[in-house]
Design a protein around this ligand. Sequence first.
Ligand code: FES
Length: 167
Amino acid sequence: MSIAEKYTDEIQAIFAKYPVKRSAVMPLLYLAQRAEGYITKGAMAEIADLLELDVTEVAAIVGFYSMYHDEAAGKYRMQVCTDLSCALRGADAFLENLCQNLGVKVGETTPDGLVTVEAVMCLAGCDKAPMFQLQQGDQVSYHENMTVDKTMELVEALRKSSKQVDE
Ligand code: FES
């Protein structure tokens, strides 16, 4: 089902708020992501169509913002900043080490589907690296001055609480 069919009323409400069609791109992307947890190619094409934009413009917006995703992921997205300031504070080594501990490569999800590890650009915590944002659906938390040990403890806690919710 298309997002236009699925969210007819919400899309009308968004259009009413943004008289210039293209300005509605962010809320429409948000809506599309809410449906699937990420924005499918089909949804990008549909949004481009609705807003009379080129699909590459829509894809560029999705690619630019770390809060939008173009691929499915685990229950949590752990987005480690590896931009320049963080790199100078050891973000690359942190990320590599973390991935080794989790048994994944950057962009991959742990075998239990719990965490997807991603590298992203500046998250505005430059003096507190290594740092990452943790996303679960609409919820985001920031974790600063992290070590791999502290991060693995956090992953364990997430794993336990996920199991309890599933039981
Ligand atoms: S460079 Fe990493 S938070 Fe700014």
